[in-house]
Design a protein around this ligand. Structure first.
Ligand code: SF4
Length: 224
């Protein structure tokens, strides 16, 4: 509630500033951009409240808390992982711990800061003992990810690991086969690559992973 008030107050303050500059300025590109960010923030906040109350699957009973996602509400790049792990479940944030450090390094390597992208998972609750997500759990939770994508409208989605790639591309091909190529998810470019947690256990995947990050950087540069 406090967060919504802060967002609405920012909107009012911004509009008051714009009015001082003249009515025509109301449709300036900067205003449209500011509006877009504020409305996305509000929409994500509203959606997160539904997720925090969600009881659609049994993971609601075992989770400490939901991990909705975090980042820029109008990010150009959306990173989608598999599910929260133990540390994420404790902190309520996606990709913290060792895998998060590796993802943050990758984001910085493509020339962005962590807070300039959006990071989330296919599942918003931790499966017990970090077991793989079940198909029914993915089916139950996927509409939240679809809604996040609709709100954020990223230009590129980076699917981290096979569960994210399979859910978004409706395929069962291995991540080794899928990685490194550009696909389309509802008109948005989608690049699958290895999950950072997989790389910590399988260092041989790091070279192709960094090749994928170079590809991601090239795709990003086309947008700037
Ligand atoms: S994993 Fe998703 S569908 Fe299941 S309880 Fe959590 S938010 Fe709801």
């Amino acid at each position: 509630m406090i967060e919504e008030r802060k967002i609405i107050q920012s909107l009012i303050t911004f509009l008051e500033g714009e009015k001082m500059g003249g009515v025509l300025e109301i449709f300036s590109p900067s205003l449209k951009k500011e509006f877009s960010v504020l409305f996305s923030s509000l929409a994500l906040k509203t959606l997160s409240q539904s997720v925090y109350r969600c009881q659609r699957c049994a993971l609601a009973q075992s989770r400490r808390q939901c991990v909705f996602g975090e980042g820029a509400p109008n990010a150009l790049i959306l990173f989608v992982g598999e599910a929260p792990g133990e540390e994420e479940d404790k902190q309520g944030k996606p990709f913290v711990g060792s895998a998060g450090i590796l993802l943050t390094r990758a984001i910085e390597a493509i020339g962005l800061k962590r807070e300039e992208v959006y990071i989330t998972n296919v599942l918003k609750c931790r499966p017990p003992h970090n077991r793989n997500p079940l198909p029914q759990e993915i089916a139950n939770c996927f509409p939240y990810l679809e809604e996040q994508i609709r709100i954020i409208q990223p230009r590129i989605i980076c699917a981290l690991g096979k569960f994210a790639a399979h859910a978004l591309l409706s395929t069962s091909s291995s991540i080794s086969q899928l990685r490194g190529k550009i696909y389309s998810y509802q008109g948005i470019k989608l690049l699958p690559t290895f999950h950072p947690a997989y790389l910590l256990r399988n260092p041989q995947g790091k070279i192709p992973f960094w090749e994928d990050m170079k590809r991601l950087k090239r795709e990003l540069q086309k947008l700037l």
